[in-house]
Ligand binder design. Structure first.
Ligand code: MN
Ligand code: MN
Length: 502
């Protein structure tokens, strides 16, 4: 008997759109779960997923992907990779697993909510495959690091991290709870699938995959490729929904969802991807700078997909573009300084060759962030480790839950110079800026004297990290988009009561 082509039966098979007989439509699809957007009943069935696959095809492909990833891991297990690769790569692995593994399982819950609550049959179908994808990702990323746990307990954070109150984990969990776990199906598909997965997951997974291969970690590279191929499919769940919203007069609300998700994702990825790419990955293994990845994947590709849909760039775009040059450098200073509070041992990544690379990729780095590192290096050379660990807490953004920071360059500050307590001089042979840090910059970076953040403003710096080293930090100014347009969150008081495992 001749078989039908998939395209001949797919539309009928996935449209299990029964007319409910004993519950009302509102009971079947409550607003809070399904979304209360003004899209008329019949319009929901026009959702047209760009990626069509049958269950039989799906299972076959996924089985092959799993076989590929697990067999590469099995083949390389005896290599004892952990003792052979650069410590910076190990830091990258631990940061990734601690922040990502269990989140994949939560993403499975998110997709399962689409399966039940999405009003479009096509979206429910995509959600079913997406749910299975995410369960697979969680299993892979819990299983792979488990191999290292007997010799290095920090890898246990793949499993335990998300249940802890570590400050970095709180930031990630808050992000995913907001974007992925607590909103209706329509909003979530735009926040998470469109903005986060289309825009940012690529950065982490494509960037890290090639870095892993360069670093000699082929099992991680294969793992990441295997996951990314799923993400590329279910990331498309949000795009037809955006098109439907725009068609049905909901463009403004769609734009706002994109704006919110993009900003939140950006802040998280400065730490998750920005720091490893520019500081942890061994210099000779780097594929490109974080900024270059951002420019290719976000500035070019994500903006293209926004414009294809008729949406605008987020309203804070200029602030974001300036942030690409700077934000993660400040977070690296901070995470390294607060290293006793992390579940991985962060590499500093600021040897002479690394600094040349940073200066080339981010002109002006030596004159700004480099000055803070000069002081840290000087203190380390004197054996004064205590002055490289801050005695105070940073200001934490109420929304992003990460330390607040931003710089302006020395050249923009002007004014008289004060470097009285700075031990910089002679600390290295690097060329320094002709313009030393100014008084204004010292005042501005003091949390006590700068205007207190009244709401979700990412506006100061890891100032206390630098003051602990008795050196001026880059000037700080208000760095987040104007506050009135960003939702505020209640400040948590327990974020520093983290557990610390080594
Ligand atoms: Mn996933
Ligand atoms: Mn996903």
């Amino acid at each position: 008997m001749a078989l039908l082509e998939r395209s001949e039966w797919y539309d009928i098979a996935r449209r299990t759109e029964w007319t409910p007989g004993y519950v009302s439509d509102d009971e079947l699809y409550p607003e809070g779960h399904s979304g209360d957007y003004d899209i008329p009943g019949e319009a929901w069935s026009t959702y047209d997923e760009p990626y069509k696959i049958s269950y039989r095809e799906y299972v076959d492909i996924q089985r092959q992907k799993d076989a590929g990833a697990y067999s590469v891991k099995a083949a390389l297990e005896r290599m004892d990779l952990r003792s052979k690769v650069d410590p910076g790569w190990i830091s990258t692995l631990k940061l990734h697993y601690g922040a990502v593994s269990v989140v994949e399982y939560n993403a499975g819950l998110m997709e399962s909510r689409f399966v039940r609550w999405a009003r479009s049959p096509g979206m429910r179908n995509m959600g079913t495959f997406g749910m299975l994808d995410e369960i697979r990702h969680a299993q892979l990323q819990l299983f792979f690091p488990h191999e290292y746990v007997p010799t290095d307990r920090q890898f246990d954070w793949a499993h335990s991290g998300m249940k802890s109150n570590n400050w970095g984990i709180i930031a990630g969990r808050h992000f995913f709870d907001d974007m992925m776990m607590t909103r209706d199906a329509v909003s979530t598909s735009i926040l998470l699938n469109f903005a986060f997965e289309t825009g940012f997951t690529n950065l982490q997974f494509i960037g890290l995959s090639s870095d892993a291969a360069n670093a000699g970690d082929f099992s991680f590279s294969k793992l990441i490729q295997s996951i990314q191929s799923d993400e590329a499919r279910h990331a498309q769940i949000g795009t037809p929904m955006l098109a439907m919203m725009i068609e049905n007069g909901e463009k403004e609300r769609a734009q706002r969802l994109v704006d919110v998700a993009f900003w939140r994702s950006w802040k998280l990825f400065t730490i998750l991807t920005g720091i490893p790419m520019d500081y942890y990955i061994p210099l000779d293994k780097r594929e490109g700078s974080f900024k270059e990845f951002m420019q290719e994947w976000i500035v070019t590709q994500f903006v293209n997909s926004l414009e294809d849909l008729g949406l605008a760039k987020p309203w804070y775009w200029d602030i974001f573009l300036a942030d690409i040059d700077e934000h993660h450098h400040g977070q690296q200073l901070g995470t390294w300084s607060w290293r006793p509070t992390l579940w991985f041992s962060p590499a500093a990544g600021v040897g002479p060759d690394e600094r040349d690379w940073l200066e080339e990729k981010y002109p002006g780095w030596n004159d700004t962030f480099g000055k803070c590192w000069d002081a840290i290096i000087e203190n380390l050379k004197r054996g004064d480790i205590g002055r490289t660990v801050p005695g105070t807490l940073p200001i934490i953004c109420n929304m992003s839950n990460i330390p607040i920071r931003r710089t302006t360059r020395w050249s923009t500050t002007g004014g008289s110079t004060t470097s009285a307590r700075s031990p910089i001089a002679g600390s290295s042979s690097r060329t320094r800026s002709a313009t030393p840090p100014t008084k204004r910059s010292l005042i501005a970076c003091s949390p006590a004297r700068s205007s207190p953040p009244t709401s979700a403003v990412c506006c100061s710096t890891w100032a206390s990290a630098c003051s602990a080293t008795a050196v001026a930090t880059p000037t700080t100014t208000s760095g987040c988009p104007p506050t009135s347009r960003v939702p505020t969150r209640r400040r948590r008081t327990d974020r520093w009561q983290h557990s610390h495992s080594r």
